[in-house]
Design a protein around this ligand. Structure first.
Ligand SMILES: NC(=O)c1ccc[n+]([C@@H]2O[C@H](COP(=O)([O-])OP(=O)(O)OC[C@H]3O[C@@H](n4cnc5c(N)ncnc54)[C@H](O)[C@@H]3O)[C@@H](O)[C@H]2O)c1
Length: 308
């Protein structure tokens, strides 16, 4: 197949390109390099089946493809809050442009949505029927509401125009090629520990997150995209739940050195608890995560040791 991956030079996008190239597909990787990097896909540039397009999803594009994975959007708070209006435009206009293209060329189109659509959840764990508890006017809203609107557009194009959609809600994912300085907790802790700095834990560190290793997540993407029954939304994430303090201590144990934990005030609208209910992914896709946190951390620490 010919497959378009928007945001293909980013953390998840580059792993998806790797997987799809290995399966023998032809890849068009579209990216504006806001948070993506050439080095993430440098090893693919000589491959005749790989093509890189520098373009912004806010502007329409025309290509002939069989499938579209729409991942373009900054994903970490410092990056999506850097230009919040642009973040909303990227989610909304990017969705419209991908859906318009999918409609024209009859391609199947996939949305990388997020667990942030659940906001600060009042039910726990979250399954796909939960509508969320999102602040519409806060600092995180450009991202959360942008993705919620993208989901709305996907389902309206599906109902109104018969566009063949797949929607995944991604929970925290980590692994090699995360940016070192983007404020995501796993990379933050690892980089701080490797530099011998103290690990910054917000609040008292009792808030929990679940962490999915990138290879597991990409496997979930490909399974959802290539089955016929379920359009989504489907939660993909690792239900193993850890407090921030537990994660910090695990990273300190693995990296070694003299770093300690320091506490800073909690940022606004920071969810206290988040864990996916992955019953639907198990049942519809036969998917569940395989890489334990300890092993995923080892691979991620090895990557950051080489790069920083
Ligand atoms: N990593 C996670 O834990 C996580 C969790 C939930 C959702 N997601 C979603 O998955 C997708 C990929 O996330 P990621 O972690 O790889 O982030 P990332 O920032 O590494 O990747 C995003 C990519 O999109 C590109 N991009 C941003 N705006 C663009 C635009 N206007 N036009 C073209 N390209 C643009 C960036 O340059 C980058 O390559 C995002 O849509 C994100 O919302 C990720």
């Amino acid at each position: 197949m010919r497959i378009l991956v928007t945001g293909g030079a980013g953390f998840l996008g580059s792993h998806l390109c790797d997987r799809l190239i290995t399966e023998g597909h032809e890849i068009l990787c579209l990216d504006n390099f806001f948070t993506g990097r050439r080095q993430n896909i440098a090893h693919l540039l000589q491959d005749p089946k790989f093509e890189l397009i520098r373009h912004d999803v806010i502007d329409p594009f025309k290509v002939e493809v069989d499938q579209i994975y729409n991942l373009a959007c900054p994903a970490s708070p410092p990056h999506y809050q850097y230009n919040p209006i642009k973040t909303t435009k990227t989610s909304v206009m990017g969705a419209i442009n991908c859906l318009g293209l999918a409609k024209r060329v009859r391609a199947r189109v996939f949305l990388a949505s997020t667990s942030e659509v659940y906001g600060d959840p009042t039910v726990h764990p979250q399954d796909e029927s939960y509508w969320g508890n999102v602040n519409p006017i806060g600092r995180r809203s450009c991202y959360d509401e942008g993705k919620r609107c993208a989901e709305t557009l996907f389902f309206d194009y599906h109902r109104e125009n018969g566009v063949d959609i797949r929607v995944v809600r991604i929970f925290n994912t980590y692994g090699p090629r995360m940016l070192a300085d983007d404020g995501r907790v796993v990379s933050n802790f690892i980089v701080q520990a490797l530099k011998g700095e103290n690990l910054t834990v917000y609040g008292d560190g009792s808030q929990t997150r679940s962490f999915c290793y990138v290879d597991d997540l990409i496997d979930g993407f490909v399974r959802l995209m290539n089955q016929e029954k379920t359009v989504g939304p489907v939660n993909i994430g690792n239900p193993g739940e850890f407090t921030m303090l537990e994660l910090a201590e695990l990273v300190l144990k693995k990296v070694g050195g003299k770093s300690k934990v320091t506490n800073l005030p909690l940022p606004a609208d920071d969810p206290k608890q988040r864990r996916p209910d992955i019953s639907l992914a198990k049942e519809a896709l036969g998917w569940e995560p395989k890489v334990p946190l300890e092993e995923g951390l080892n691979r991620t620490i090895a990557y950051f040791r080489q790069t920083i």
